[in-house]
Design a protein around this ligand. Structure first.
Ligand code: PFF
Length: 463
C-alpha cells in the first residue's frame, strides 16, 4: 500500500511544530520557569533543547522516514536496510509501550484540554458581560466536578476525532497550516499588550536574566543538588515539549518523503517550539509580576493567577479569551498527534479503516478519561500509591513510561541501526561523511542521551 505523505514542507513543519507546541509550552513552561528562577530555567532549557533535544528529534523523525511504516514493523524494516535481522520483540515491546503511553497520556491531556476549552467559553461569556469573575473558586469548582470535566473532555475528544477522520493531508496538515500561524499571531499580540502593564519589565527581567544561585552557583560554592534538580527538570520538559515518548515523531517522520531536508525542517520545529515557550513566559510572568503575585504557584499559575490579573485590567476579558484560545489550539494540535500515533497503529495492525480506527481509539480513550475523572473527583476510590489516577498517571507517564520509550528507541537507533539513521538524516550524501555533526549525533544517541535518561529515571525513583 502506498503510504500517505505530507503535501508540502511547510505543512510538515507546522504539523510537527503543532505536535511539539502544546500545553507543555504555554501552560507548563511558564510555571516551571516561575518556580526555577526564570532566566536560569530558560537558559538551561535552551541548552537541553539545542544540545540534545534537536538530535533526538532528528533521529526519531529519520527513524520514521526510513521505516515508512508503523512503529511495530518499523524496527525490523529499518534493521533490514542495514542488512541486519532483529527479533520481532523489538517491535512488539516498542509498539506496546507506545500504545500504553498514547492511551495514558492522552487521557491526562484530554482533561487539561477540557479545562482550557471551558475557560474559552467562560472568556466568551465574560466578553459579553455574562460570566462571573474568574477566581480560584472557578477553578476548584471545575476540577471538582466530574460531569463538567467529562463534558469538556468529551468535546475536546470529538474535535480531535473530527479532524483525524479527514486524514493526514486534509485533516492534520490543513488544520496546522491555518491554526499554527493563527496561534503565533495571537501570542505576539498578547505579548505586546502585556508590555504595557505596569512593572512588566520586572517580569521580563526575571525571565531573561539567569539567576546564578538557582543554577547552583551559590555564595558558599557550587551546589550540585540545585544544579541537577534544575537540569533534570529542564531536560524532562524538553523531552515532553518535543513530543518524544510515544512514537509521535516516528509516525510524523514516516509520512515524510525522501526528498525533504530533515535537518533544516527539524531546526525550524525546535526554533518555533522554543519561541512559543518564550512568548508564553513573556505573557504569563510579567502579568503575574505586575500584580505582585507569586510566580512560584505551579500548575495553577495559568488557571488562577493569570485570570485574576486579566479581571483587573482594561481589555482583560479580550486577553483572557485570546490566552485560552491559544492554549486550546496548542493542546488540540498536540492531542491530534498523540491520537494519530494510535490511529495509524490500529489501521496497520488491525487492518481497520481510518474512521473505524479513530472511533475505536475515541471509545477506549473516553472510558479511560471517565475512570480518571471519577478517581480525580473522588467518585471512585481508585488510587495508585496514594494518588488519584489523574496525578498518578501524570507522574507515571511523565517520569517513567515516556522516558522508557525514548530510551528504548534511542538505544535501538544508536546501537543497532545508526548507519541507516545518519544516512537518512544527511539525505543526498549517499555515504556517511565523518563530519563533526555526524560524530556528535552518534555520540549523543549512543552515550549522552541514554545516560541522561537513566539518571532521570534514577532521580525520580530515589526522590
Ligand atoms: N509536546 C506536547 C506539549 O508540549 O504539550 C505534549 C506531547 C505531545 C508529548 C505528543 C508527547 C507526545 F507524543
Amino acid at each position: 500500500m502506498n503510504r500517505t505523505h505530507w503535501s508540502t514542507k511547510l505543512g510538515f513543519i507546522l504539523a510537527t511544530a503543532g505536535s511539539a507546541i502544546g500545553l507543555g509550552n504555554i501552560w507548563r513552561f511558564p510555571y516551571l520557569a516561575g518556580s526555577y528562577g526564570g532566566g536560569s530555567f530558560l537558559l538551561m532549557y535552551v541548552l537541553c533543547a539545542v544540545g540534545l533535544g534537536y538530535f533526538l528529534l532528528l533521529a526519531k523523525l529519520a527513524f520514521g522516514r526510513a521505516a515508512q511504516t508503523n512503529i511495530v514493523d518499523g524496527f525490523q524494516v529499518v534493521a533490514k536496510k542495514d542488512h541486519k535481522t532483529v527479533s520481532s520483540w523489538w517491535g512488539c515491546f516498542g509498539g506496546m509501550l507506545a500504545m500504553l503511553n498514547i492511551l495514558l497520556v492522552s487521557s491526562v491531556y484530554v482533561v487539561v484540554a477540557g479545562w482550557t476549552l471551558s475557560y474559552v467559553i467562560l472568556g466568551i461569556r465574560n466578553l459579553f458581560g455574562l460570566g462571573e469573575t474568574v477566581s480560584a473558586q472557578t477553578f476548584s469548582g471545575l476540577t471538582g466536578s466530574f460531569s463538567e470535566q467529562l463534558l469538556w473532555g468529551t468535546l475536546s475528544i470529538a474535535v480531535t476525532a473530527a479532524i483525524l477522520v479527514r486524514g493526514v493531508k486534509k485533516g492534520i496538515e490543513k488544520l496546522s497550516l491555518i491554526l499554527m500561524p493563527a496561534l503565533f499571531v495571537l501570542l505576539i499580540l498578547m505579548a505586546i499588550c502585556i508590555l504595557f502593564l505596569p512593572n512588566s519589565e520586572k517580569g521580563l527581567a526575571f525571565l531573561f536574566t539567569p539567576n546564578w544561585e538557582m543554577m547552583g552557583f551559590t555564595k558558599h560554592g557550587f551546589d550540585f543538588n540545585i544544579f541537577s534538580d534544575l537540569f533534570l527538570t529542564a531536560m524532562g520538559q524538553a523531552f515532553y515539549s518535543l513530543s518524544l515518548g510515544m512514537g509521535v515523531m516516528f509516525i510524523y517522520g514516516s509520512y515524510l518523503s525522501d526528498k525533504a531536508n530533515l535537518k533544516n525542517s527539524t531546526k525550524w520545529v525546535i526554533v518555533l517550539d522554543t519561541l512559543v515557550a518564550i512568548m508564553a513566559g513573556m505573557i504569563v510572568l510579567p502579568a503575574v509580576f505586575a500584580f505582585d503575585l507569586a510566580p512560584t504557584e505551579g500548575p495553577t499559575l495559568s488557571f488562577i493567577s493569570l485570570p485574576m490579573v486579566f479581571s483587573k485590567i482594561t481589555g482583560g476579558s479580550v486577553l483572557m479569551l485570546m490566552f485560552f484560545m491559544s492554549l486550546f489550539v496548542a493542546a488540540l494540535t498536540s492531542l491530534i498527534s498523540i491520537y494519530e500515533a494510535g490511529v495509524s497503529l490500529l489501521m496497520d495492525k488491525l487492518s481497520l479503516s481510518r474512521t473505524k480506527a479513530v472511533l475505536s481509539l475515541v471509545l477506549i480513550n473516553f472510558v479511560i478519561v471517565g475512570i480518571v475523572l471519577a478517581s480525580y473527583t473522588g467518585q471512585l476510590n481508585w488510587t495508585i500509591a496514594g494518588q488519584n489516577l489523574f496525578s498518578a498517571l501524570d507522574i507515571l507517564t511523565g517520569s517513567y513510561t515516556m522516558l522508557a520509550f525514548v530510551l528504548f528507541t534511542t538505544v535501538f537507533i544508536g546501537w543497532v541501526v545508526p548507519n541507516v539513521i545518519i544516512r537518512n538524516v544527511s539525505e543526498g550524501g549517499k555515504k556517511i561523511s565523518n563530519t563533526f555533526f555526524n560524530k556528535y549525533m552518534l555520540f549523543t544517541l549512543r552515550f549522552t542521551a541514554p545516560i541522561i535518561l537513566i539518571i532521570l529515571f534514577a532521580s525520580v525513583f530515589f526522590k
